[in-house]
Ligand binder design. Structure first.
Ligand SMILES: [Zn+2]
Ligand SMILES: [Zn+2]
Length: 796
C-alpha cells in the first residue's frame, strides 16, 4: 500500500514537472508549484511588470481587480496571492535569463554592472583628453523606502510584539544591493578588525572640516528617523549614482539613520572594483574621482581616519558637497568643499540623488508592508528599468542641455571680462587669489577666547547689580518714608515694604558674590566702574556678541529651511504635509530672528543695515551671513568682500566652470558614440556566434541589445543638434565621432582594427551631409526593429 502510494507520488511529481515546464512553454505561468488549477499568461505578467516599473504606485491588487473586471468575475483576495506567486516565478525566470546573457557576454562578475553602468562616465576611449576629475558621482540616503517589520500583536501598546517575519531564503536585487554583512564591516566599532588599521589621534584630520556642519545635518536628519526605528526593519536606502543618474550601488539602511558606514561600504566596494578592473585591463593610473554628499566635509574627515584611507588615497577619491546642500554649510567649508569652487567639476551640482529619490519615492506605498524579498525585488526591478529605459534614454538629452547651458553662460564672457577690467583686474588668476585671501581670513578668525567670555559675563552681572542696587535704594527710601498713619488700620503695609527690601538685598548679595568670583578669576586689581575703559570695552564686546548670536540663530533657521525645501518633493509619503507645516513655523521663526537681528545690529557702535525677510530667505544669503558676523575687522574694505565684486566673482567662476563643462561633455560625447557602436557590434557578434547552437539565448541577447539599442538613433540625432547650437565652435566637431573604447569587448579574433580606422563620423552621417547614409541608417533601424518583432513572434 505504502509502496503503491510512493509510486503514485513519484509518477505524479514527474508528470507535474512536465506540466509546469510545458505550461511555461505555452506562455502561461502556474500559480503554485504542484497543483495547477490556475495559470496567468506570460503576456499579462509582462504587461504588469512594465506597468509597475513605469508607475510603481500600481501594486498587484488594483491590477488583479482590473483583470477581474475584464473577465467578468468578482474580485477575491486569494487571486492576488495567486498572481503574486506567478509573478515571482516569472521574475525568477527573467533574472536567470539575464544571468545567462551576462555569462555568455563575459559580464558575470558581480561588479560588472557598477563598473559599466554609464557609457559617458565609464567607457574611456583611446587618446581622449584627461579630465581633472575622471568621475563625478553622488551618494545620499533616503528614508522613504522603509519597510514595516512584521510583528505579533502585543497586549501593551508601548512595547512592540515579537518579530514574526516568514522565513524566505530568496535574496532579491543582488545585482544592485550590497550585502548588509559587508556594510557592517564598515561600522566604526568594527574598524579595529580591519587589517593593519591603527586608531589615529583624535585631532588627526587632514582636511579640518568645519565644526558645526555635521550638527546641522545630523540633528535635522535625526528628527525624521529616530521615531521610525522601532517599527521599521529597513529604515531606508542609501544610493550612489554617477552624475547621469545611473545607479552604481544601493544599500539597505537597517534599523538606523544615515550612518557613515553606508558611505564607507559603498566607497570600499566601488573603489576596490575600479582598482581591480584597471589592473586587469592595464589602464592608465587612477584619475581623480569626486563623490558628492550632503556633508561631504564631515565624510572626508571620517574617511581620513578610517581603514579606507589608503585605498581612497590610492584611487584619488575626494568628497565634495553638492551645490544645493552646500549652501547650508559655512563659508569656510564651502571654499573647501563646494563644487562651484573646485576646479574640474564643471557645471555639475551633484544633487542628482534628490532627483532620483523624487522618482523612486513612488515605490514607497508598494513596499511599506511587503516582505524583505519583495521589497528588494521591486526596488531593483525599478532601478534596472530606470537605468536602461530612463537614464540611458536621457543621456544625450543631459549632454545636449548641459552643452546649451554652458554655451549660454559663455555668451557673457565679454561683459564679465570688461567689468573685471573696470575694477582693475586684468588676469583671472587674481580672482582665484581672492578666494585664497578669503580662506585665509576665515581661517584666522578665532572663536571668542574664554577670557573675553568672562569679561562679558562680568559686564552683564555688573549691569544687573547696578539695576538691583537702584531698586534696593528705592525700597530703602520707601521703608524710611513709611508712615503707618497713611494707611487704614487693617492694612499692614510694613510687611510688604520689608519683603521687597529683603528680596532685593538677597539678589544683591548673590550678584555681588558672582561679581567677586569673576573679578578674582580675571585677576582684576580694582573693580570696574561705569566710566572705566575696561567697562566700555566689555560693553562693546557684549553688543557684538549679541549681534553674532542673532546672526547664528538666523543662519540656523535658514539652513533648516533649505534642508526642508530640498525635501519638499518627497511625494506620496506623508512627508510633504509635515514639511509644509514645518516651513510655515520656520518662516515665523525667521521673521522673529530677523527682528532680533535688526535690534542687535542697530546697537552696534557702527550700526549695520537692517535686513528684510525677503533678503534673508534668498538661499545664497547663507554664505554672506558669515561676513555679517564680523564686527570689528576692516573686512568690508577688502576688494573680495565688496558685494558687487562678489557677484562678479560668482559670474567669473561660472564662466570658468562652463568651459570645463564643455571639455567634459566633449569626452562624454566621444565615449557615448564609441560605446553605441562597439556595444552593438559586440552584441551582434555574440548573437551570431551562438545562434546556431543556442538560438533561444541568441534571441534573448538580441532583446538585451535592443533594450539600449532602441535609443541610439535618438542619441545621434540629439548629438547632431548640438553642432547646430549657436556659439558652437566648429573645431570641436572632432569629438563627434566614434573612437576606440579601452574597455571594448570583442568576440573571438579581433576583426575591428581595420574597421575602426575607417569609421566615419557617426554624427555626420545623421547630420544630413550624406543624405543617403542618413536614410540608410534609419532604414537599418527600421529593419532591425522588424527583424526583432518577427523573431519575437517566431519564438513565442
Ligand atoms: Zn561643511
Ligand atoms: Zn555617468
Amino acid at each position: 500500500m505504502l509502496a503503491e502510494n510512493t509510486d503514485i507520488d513519484l509518477a505524479y511529481f514527474q508528470k507535474d514537472q512536465y506540466i509546469s515546464s510545458s505550461l511555461v512553454r505555452q506562455g502561461y505561468f502556474p500559480c503554485s508549484p504542484l497543483l495547477h488549477k490556475s495559470v496567468i499568461s506570460t503576456r499579462t505578467l509582462e504587461l504588469y511588470h512594465h506597468l509597475f516599473v513605469r508607475c510603481p504606485r500600481l501594486s498587484i491588487q488594483p491590477f488583479v481587480r482590473a483583470l477581474c473586471d475584464l473577465h467578468g468575475i468578482r474580485f477575491r483576495n486569494h487571486l492576488c496571492v495567486q498572481f503574486s506567486e506567478a509573478y515571482d516565478a516569472f521574475r525568477a525566470v527573467k533574472t536567470s535569463i539575464l544571468s545567462s546573457i551576462k555569462t555568455v557576454l563575459g559580464r558575470d562578475n558581480p561588479d560588472w554592472r557598477s563598473l559599466n553602468a554609464c557609457p559617458a562616465c565609464q567607457y574611456p576611449t583611446a587618446g581622449e583628453s584627461e579630465l581633472e576629475f575622471e568621475m563625478l558621482a553622488a551618494m545620499d540616503g533616503n528614508d522613504s523606502l522603509k519597510r514595516v517589520e512584521r510583528r505579533e500583536a502585543s497586549g501593551d501598546a508601548s512595547t512592540p510584539g515579537r518579530v514574526k517575519e516568514r522565513y524566505d531564503p530568496r535574496v532579491g536585487g543582488r545585482d544592485y544591493f550590497l550585502d548588509p554583512k559587508e556594510v557592517d564591516e564598515w561600522d566604526i566599532k568594527n574598524w579595529r578588525n580591519q587589517e593593519g588599521w591603527k586608531e589615529p589621534a583624535p585631532q588627526l584630520s587632514k582636511t579640518g572640516a568645519e565644526k558645526g556642519c555635521e550638527d546641522r545635518w545630523e540633528n535635522m536628519k535625526k528628527s525624521h528617523t529616530e521615531a521610525d526605528r522601532g517599527i521599521f526593519d529597513e529604515t531606508g536606502i542609501f544610493v550612489a549614482t554617477c552624475r547621469h543618474m545611473f545607479v552604481l550601488w544601493a544599500l539597505d539602511m537597517i534599523k538606523s539613520g544615515e550612518q557613515r558606514k553606508y558611505a564607507l561600504a559603498f566607497l570600499h566596494r566601488f573603489l576596490s572594483a575600479i582598482k581591480e578592473e584597471r589592473a586587469n585591463l592595464g589602464l592608465r593610473s587612477p584619475g581623480k574621482k569626486a563623490f558628492g554628499y550632503d556633508i561631504g566635509c564631515q565624510l572626508q574627515t571620517t574617511l581620513d581616519t578610517s581603514p579606507l584611507q589608503p585605498l581612497a588615497e590610492e584611487e584619488n577619491a575626494r568628497m565634495v558637497t553638492g551645490s544645493l546642500h552646500g549652501h547650508a554649510h559655512n563659508r569656510l567649508c564651502q571654499l573647501k568643499f563646494l563644487l562651484s569652487y573646485i576646479n574640474g567639476c564643471g557645471l555639475e551640482d551633484l544633487e542628482v540623488l534628490e532627483r532620483l529619490f523624487s522618482l523612486s519615492n513612488a515605490l514607497a506605498m508598494a513596499i511599506r508592508h511587503a516582505s524583505k524579498f519583495h521589497r528588494r525585488q521591486m526596488i531593483s526591478s525599478w532601478f534596472y528599468h530606470h537605468d536602461n529605459f530612463e537614464a540611458y534614454a536621457n543621456l544625450s538629452k543631459f549632454i545636449y542641455n548641459n552643452y546649451r547651458q554652458a554655451l549660454t553662460i559663455l555668451e557673457a564672457k565679454d561683459s564679465v571680462i570688461s567689468r573685471m577690467r573696470a575694477i582693475g583686474v586684468l588676469d583671472g588668476k587674481e580672482i582665484f587669489g581672492w578666494l585664497d585671501e578669503e580662506k585665509e581670513y576665515l581661517e584666522s578668525r578665532r572663536e571668542e577666547p574664554e577670557e573675553d567670555l568672562n569679561r562679558m559675563d562680568l559686564y552683564v552681572k555688573q549691569v544687573k547689580l547696578n539695576e538691583c542696587r537702584a531698586r534696593l535704594e528705592a525700597a530703602h527710601s520707601a521703608f524710611i518714608a513709611y508712615n503707618p498713619s497713611d494707611y487704614p488700620a487693617n492694612v499692614k503695609r510694613t510687611n510688604a515694604v520689608e519683603q521687597t527690601m529683603q528680596h532685593e538685598q538677597e539678589k544683591e548679595e548673590k550678584l555681588m558674590s558672582e561679581v567677586h568670583f569673576l573679578e578674582r578669576r580675571l585677576e582684576l586689581k580694582e573693580p570696574w566702574t561705569e566710566d572705566s575703559e575696561e567697562w566700555k570695552k566689555a560693553e562693546e564686546m557684549f553688543k557684538n556678541h549679541s549681534y553674532r548670536k542673532a546672526v547664528n540663530r538666523l543662519e540656523g533657521l535658514i539652513v533648516a529651511r533649505i534642508f526642508e525645501l530640498s525635501k519638499m518633493h518627497m511625494a506620496g509619503t506623508g512627508m510633504r504635509q509635515h514639511l509644509g507645516k514645518a516651513l510655515k513655523t520656520r518662516s515665523k521663526a525667521i521673521q522673529e530672528a530677523v527682528r532680533t537681528y535688526n535690534t542687535a545690529a542697530a546697537k552696534l557702535s557702527l550700526p549695520r543695515e537692517a535686513l528684510s525677510y525677503d533678503e534673508v530667505v534668498e538661499k545664497a544669503y547663507v554664505s554672506e551671513l558669515d561676513f555679517l558676523k564680523d564686527t570689528d575687522s576692516n573686512i568690508h574694505e577688502k576688494i573680495w568682500a565688496v558685494p558687487a565684486n562678489r557677484v562678479l566673482m560668482t559670474e567669473y567662476f561660472k564662466l570658468f566652470r562652463a568651459s570645463e563643462e564643455l571639455d567634459r561633455l566633449h569626452v562624454e560625447i566621444h565615449r557615448l558614440l564609441t560605446y553605441m557602436k562597439e556595444e552593438q557590434e559586440y552584441l551582434r557578434a555574440v548573437e551570431l556566434n551562438i545562434s546556431e547552437n543556442n538560438p533561444q539565448l541568441a534571441y534573448q541577447v538580441s532583446l538585451y541589445r535592443w533594450e539600449r539599442g532602441r535609443f541610439n538613433d535618438l542619441h545621434r540625432l540629439r548629438l547632431r543638434n548640438i553642432i547646430s547650437l549657436p556659439g558652437f565652435d566648429a573645431t570641436n566637431r572632432r569629438f563627434f565621432r566614434a573612437g576606440v573604447g579601452l574597455k571594448c569587448q570583442s568576440q573571438g579574433e579581433d576583426e575591428r582594427a581595420d574597421d575602426n580606422m575607417g569609421e566615419e563620423m557617426d554624427v555626420d552621417r545623421v547630420n544630413g551631409e550624406d543624405d543617403s547614409d542618413s536614410e540608410g541608417e534609419e532604414g537599418d533601424i527600421q529593419a532591425e526593429a522588424q527583424v526583432t518583432a518577427i523573431l519575437g513572434v517566431a519564438v513565442d
